[in-house]
Design a protein around this ligand. Sequence first.
Ligand code: SF4
Length: 382
Amino acid sequence: MSKALISTFSGTLIAWHQLDGRQGLPWQGVRDPYAVWVSEIMLQQTQVATVLERYPRFMKRFPTVKKLAAAPVDDVLAEWAGLGYYSRARNLHVCAKQVVEQFSGIYPSDPLLLEQLKGIGRSTAGAIAAFAFHVRTPILDANVKRILARLFGIEEAIGEKKVSDRLWSLAQDLLPLNPKDMPIYTQALMDFGATWCTSRKPVCLSGVQKCPFSKECQANLSNQVLSIPRKAVKAKSPEFDCDMLLMRYQDLVLLQKRSDKAIWGGLWSLPESAWRAKTDGEMGTPNLTPKELLQLTLPEEHLPLLLKHCKAVSCGDRIKHVFTHRRLWMKIWHVNALTAIEFPNTNLRWVSLRQLGQYGLPQPIKVLLLGLSLVRDGELKN
Ligand code: SF4
């Protein structure tokens, strides 16, 4: 059975795509490897509807790999704000510089060379090579793993190395023989996983459409569609809390640039205390004097000056943010400053509320600042 499926799979899938695949997405039919690469990175962990809105904007602002490489990283992060997983934006910027410096601005077509570039994994390298250069090379993202695990009835957890090796090998075997078919085949595979062989409502169970593989699909034949692919059991996400300082002077708010290696690396956020493992009950520090708060969130050497120029500490919002592997509870402390205190040689900066739109901010912090009813999309409300 498997042999028959392997020989007919690509043709059946391409025929399916002509009738039922997604059409008209702005990155479809594109052969510019830069455009393919940006769309692939943006589509990782972001809904298609959001990418449809943000991709054209990103491409307008950074139309070529040379323009992206030459831009300040802060501009790239600001353009990426709201899309989450900011390491993607930082990696895009590093990768653009690598393409310019190591390949004179021309992307290599060899997936093995593409994989050497920052932020490009094996599957993304495959997608760029297939779409832009028609190379016969597979992709294996989460959707494709699900399709293959179901078709071939792979019951082991797909995170295991030997299972992953088998899936890559199957993905290679299933490729169409003609390199010209690589773009449509790769797009069809993505679309089939995203719209028909979905995680929770595959068409074979909903009965709305007839799956072209229903007679060969092992998971379907053995009534295991929803239990394949099996995932490794996940440990519960750890929870943390921290205190955050929302210090304002007139229409200025004090922001701090985060270290590249931290979560939300390279973005501008509110100064914060160290994260603590959260225990049950009250989150954040229950009561803080101004001195304690400033000691927790700002460099010690500025404390005497800060204490002279700060007034009215009050605790406002409590915000929870869920990351992929952890949860963070932020307790926001409001402080009014009597002057915009200088912080020379630090990563602290007073930013006008009117100019917040120019800064890459973590989504919950952006929402918080918008929620102050002072700013709308980075503009001061009248
Ligand atoms: S029969 Fe169901 S599980 Fe199998 S490939 Fe088709 S949609 Fe996916």
